[in-house]
Write a protein that binds this ligand. Structure first.
Ligand SMILES: Cc1ncc(COP(=O)(O)O)c(C=O)c1O
Length: 386
């Protein structure tokens, strides 16, 4: 059947480049996948048990639309403790179905048709889609390897128009692993103030940083009152399947998100809220263990890729390496397709993540050390054949 019944918004969306690779990889034996953006760890045991206990207590009902107050309180405490940002748990935090829902709520709650959202890219594939589905226009401002894939304030400033409503930033970054410098974040805050923009800051990888301190955007002077902070438990606590995240911001904005959330999902999964509470209360040692292991793998893959001759910037956050693959003479799409076909290693072409991603590829190191070693051998063999 042709697509005539689908809305133009949906019919016009590009299918995710990541999905395409998984579909091909799923048909092959012995594939090593560095394609997926999720922790290979199972959720730490105490967190698992808290979810199970919640179910056993019969907590199988809806919760408050905002989410359980214990979780909101713990989150407010956590954000203040780590970053010095303050939110009132009563009305400035909403618990969502993953960071994904938080992103969509923000877009729907903020955007009128045709409103523009500036997005430093390459970025998480759902940013552009979330904006488009909400009727907005995604305007990308590319980040460059020469600048450590940090935000380029000049590019952003140059892209501001009278239709610009918001800036959507995501650091530590998927797919580059970049963290944003405090200096550039200050510039973003200034720009937002000058042009009366809202900043949506997706900080879902906030705890996964290596040798640097995460700068929480609303902690930047002047930023708090015009920022929606998005976060979640999927990455930091290895909880992707629980579908639990949050948004925090000034009451008047959170009220808008709540209105959408009430009609769309009512409340985040109840057992997942109990598990997320445990993650905040008891998860720290587990986070530290996972970060130490990611760091070991990060060192392996970054030096391995560089040695193979694929220039790779040193990522300081998340769990991705982003080598420049077009130095081989192949574009990113061809490189990844052939690597998958010839050596059965799945990585994702950089162009899937928007402008600035072309010529690169995303390799997730949220996979076992041995697998990474084997993948590097195969990549080396492949590059040798080109
Ligand atoms: C930057 C970023 N934000 C948000 C998400 C959404 O995560 P979830 O909906 O599992 O919380 C992801 C997942 O890949 C991500 O990479």
């Amino acid at each position: 059947m042709p697509n005539q019944y689908l809305s133009r918004r949906v019919a016009g969306l590009k299918p995710s480049g990541i999905r395409k690779f998984f579909d091909i990889a799923a048909t092959m034996k012995d594939v090593i996948s560095l394609g997926i953006g999720e922790p290979d760890f199972t959720t730490p045991e105490p967190i698992l048990q808290a979810g199970i206990r919640s179910l056993q207590r019969g907590e199988t009902h809806y919760t408050s639309n905002y989410g359980i107050i214990e979780l909101r309180r713990a989150l407010a405490f956590h954000l203040e403790k780590h970053y010095g940002v303050r939110y009132n748990p009563d009305n400035e935090i909403i618990i969502t179905v993953g960071g994904s829902e938080a992103l969509n709520l923000a877009a729907i709650a903020l955007l009128n048709p045709g409103d523009e959202v500036l997005i430093p890219s390459p970025c998480f594939v759902s940013y552009q889609a979330g904006v488009i589905l909400a009727g907005g226009v995604a305007v990308e401002a590319p980040c460059r390897m020469e600048n450590n894939f940090d935000i380029d304030p000049d590019q952003l400033r140059a892209a501001i128009t009278p239709r610009t409503k918001a800036i959507l930033i995501g650091f530590p970054n998927n797919p580059t692993g970049a963290v944003a410098s405090r200096e550039n974040l200050l510039e973003v805050a200034k720009m937002a103030e000058e042009h009366d923009l809202i900043v949506i800051s997706d900080e879902i990888y906030d705890r996964l940083v290596y040798g640097v301190k995460h700068v929480c955007f609303p902690a930047i002077p002047g930023a708090h009152d015009r920022t929606l902070l998005l976060g979640g438990f999927s990455k930091d606590y290895a909880m992707t399947g629980w579908r639990i995240g949050y948004a925090a911001g000034p009451e008047h904005l959170i009220k808008g998100l709540l209105r959408v959330h009430q009609y769309m999902v009512m409340s985040a999964p109840t057992m997942s809220q109990a598990a997320a509470l445990e993650a905040l209360l008891k998860g720290e040692p587990h986070v530290q263990q996972m970060v130490a292991e990611y760091d070991r793998r990060r060192n392996l893959i970054v030096s391995g890729l560089n040695q193979i001759g694929l220039p790779t910037f040193e990522p300081r956050g998340a769990f991705y390496a982003f080598p420049k693959v077009d130095v081989t003479g192949l574009d990113d799409e061809t490189f990844c397709n052939r690597l998958l076909e010839e050596e059965h290693v799945a990585i994702v072409p950089g162009n899937s993540f928007g402008l600035g991603g072309e010529g690169f590829a995303r390799c997730s190191y949220a996979t076992g050390y041995d697998q990474l070693e084997e993948a590097l051998e195969r990549i080396e063999r492949f590059v040798g054949k080109i």
